[in-house]
Design a protein around this ligand. Structure first.
Ligand code: UDX
Ligand code: UDX
Length: 447
């Protein structure tokens, strides 16, 4: 049955979720505080780069199922379900900043005071365990004078979307987790997901909140684990990709999220692991594995610069190409991207940096600007007259580069593969010095 949904926050998660619900016949109003975003959505243009999203916007808007507004109050009044999908950034100390979630809860509570019909409030933002019940539920009750369960529903419904594959992930989920305070709230949220055959897990809101954190922490830990193995492989003259293949074939381990490289970035892994760690410490049960996961990841991007230094010596006055700026391919998202510490370190050591990315340059320019850093639109302009290159983001166009092309463009011959996308033998055959994360030089074994 078609439901009326208000989505507070039309960012990556809110807009994808809203557009996907609308594609299944639900009526969705997206609310955002940024006027340009609202205008763009209402013109069928997506403010973010996400494959498949623009088609979905055009299609759902033409059927009158998706709209955007700045007016939260009227959107909430209209809705049967109100989703909170506002940002939950990290504070300096790694703990979570819930101020946007609190603000949204106040607005919802005030609007609920006047509401005649039942509404279910659903937290979509990633929040520390306990937030939905102890903060969101409490604020809404205080503002509205109404009681959860009796006058309004309350649930937590985490997202498991990968950027660049968010629409696909949403429409083909591995599972749907609905943490609800009562059967009515559960049924209301479940009605939105009638189209999927994926298992639907019924939990409490706090369990749902923890499932999201535990899932991201486990995946992040897997990456830090293989990166630790990679760094050790370098000393043994062993190739980490063979080790990853060898362990990944064990069904209990699986080959996914075992790609060693310059570390994980993005809007979720670094922030969520830090928030869960900080919360566990706050409660007196410090999760040391999470701390180690973050420490390994902080060091990991700089391994590329260390490999470079082993080949080139001092970096002063050297011209270094950086291929890839986004935190992963197929997105323009620069949040916690490995390119940031890598470029900062290169500049700190006196190098001249030439950087490129198919779509993330405008976002990178907002974060990284220096007289020794220049951005280029094309690969050939970037590689021209450089002494070495570091591949940071494995965009398909970089993977397709051949040793001959690289050799003809560069001045020097050093290639640092921060994501292990190229075949070392091919590069060596053409006289290039190839170094990759987790690949030992056979001549520099320490054992
Ligand atoms: C956010 C959260 O950070 C994440 O924890 C959660 O899992 C999903 O929502 P994301 O969608 O990637 O992630 O954030 P972002 O792209 O920054 O979008 C948030 C949107 O909310 C922005 O469009 C912003 O303008 C809007 N917003 C922010 C509001 O509408 N109201 C506010 O008070 C603050
Ligand atoms: C992640 C989760 O996958 C998703 O379920 C959650 O909802 C949000 O966080 P996302 O951040 O979009 O999604 O990207 P993902 O593809 O998971 O990659 C995260 C980072 O890990 C990237 O920087 C990527 O380069 C890195 N990574 C991933 C590795 O270094 N090795 C791997 O094997 C996999």
């Amino acid at each position: 049955m078609s439901k009326k949904v208000a989505m507070i926050g039309a960012g990556y998660v809110g807009l994808v979720t809203g557009a996907c619900f609308a594609s299944q016949g639900h009526r969705v109003i997206c609310v955002d505080v940024v006027p340009e975003k609202v205008e763009q959505i209402n013109a069928g243009i997506t403010p973010i780069f996400e494959p498949g999203l623009e088609d979905l916007l055009t299609h759902t808007r033409s059927e009158g199922l998706l709209n955007a507004t700045l007016d939260a109050v009227s959107a909430i009044k209209e809705a049967e379900l109100v989703f909170i999908a506002v940002p939950t950034p990290s504070k300096e100390d790694g703990s979570i900043d819930l101020s946007f979630v609190e603000e949204a809860s106040h607005t919802i509570g005030r609007t609920l005071k006047e509401a005649e019909h039942w509404k279910t409030i659903v937290v979509k933002s990633t929040v520390v365990p306990g937030t939905t019940e102890n903060i969101v539920g409490k604020i809404i009750e205080e503002e509205s004078g109404k009681k959860r369960g009796a006058d309004f529903g309350l649930a937590m419904n985490p997202e498991f979307l990968k950027e660049g594959k968010a629409v696909e992930d949403f429409l083909n989920p591995d599972r749907v987790v609905i943490g609800a305070i009562d059967p009515k709230s559960f049924d209301e949220v479940k009605a939105l997901y009638e189209w999927t055959e994926a298992p639907v897990l019924k939990t409490t809101p706090t369990t749902a909140e923890l499932i999201k954190y535990a899932a991201n922490s486990f995946l992040a830990m897997k990456i830090s684990f293989i990166n630790e193995i990679a760094n050790y492989c370098e000393l043994l003259g062993v190739d980490v990709s063979e080790v990853a293949q060898g362990i990944g074939l064990d069904e209990r381990i699986s080959p996914k999220f075992l790609r060693a490289g310059a570390g994980f970035g993005g809007s979720c892994f670094p922030k969520d692991v830090a928030a869960l760690y900080s919360h566990s410490k706050h409660l007196g049960r410090e999760m040391r594995l999470l701390k180690a996961t973050l420490e390994v990841n902080k060091r990991q991007p700089l391994r590329t610069v260390e490999l470079l230094r082993e080949e080139i010596g001092a970096l002063t006055e050297k011209s270094i190409a950086v291929l890839g700026l986004a935190f992963k391919p197929d997105t323009d998202d620069m949040r916690e991207a490995a390119s940031i510490p890598i470029i900062r370190k290169l500049i700190e050591e006196g190098a001249m940096v030439k950087a490129t990315d198919p779509i993330a340059i405008p976002n990178a320019q907002k974060i990284l600007s220096h007289s020794n850093l220049e951005y280029y639109e094309t690969i050939s302009d970037t590689l021209k007259n450089t002494d070495a290159l570091i591949l940071v983001t494995e965009w398909e166009m970089f993977k397709q580069l051949t040793p001959l092309e690289i050799k003809s463009l560069m001045r020097g011959n050093i290639v640092i593969d921060g994501r292990r996308v190229w075949k070392p033998e091919l590069f060596q055959k053409h006289g290039l010095i190839y170094r990759g994360i987790g690949l030992g030089r056979r001549d520099n074994k320490s054992i």
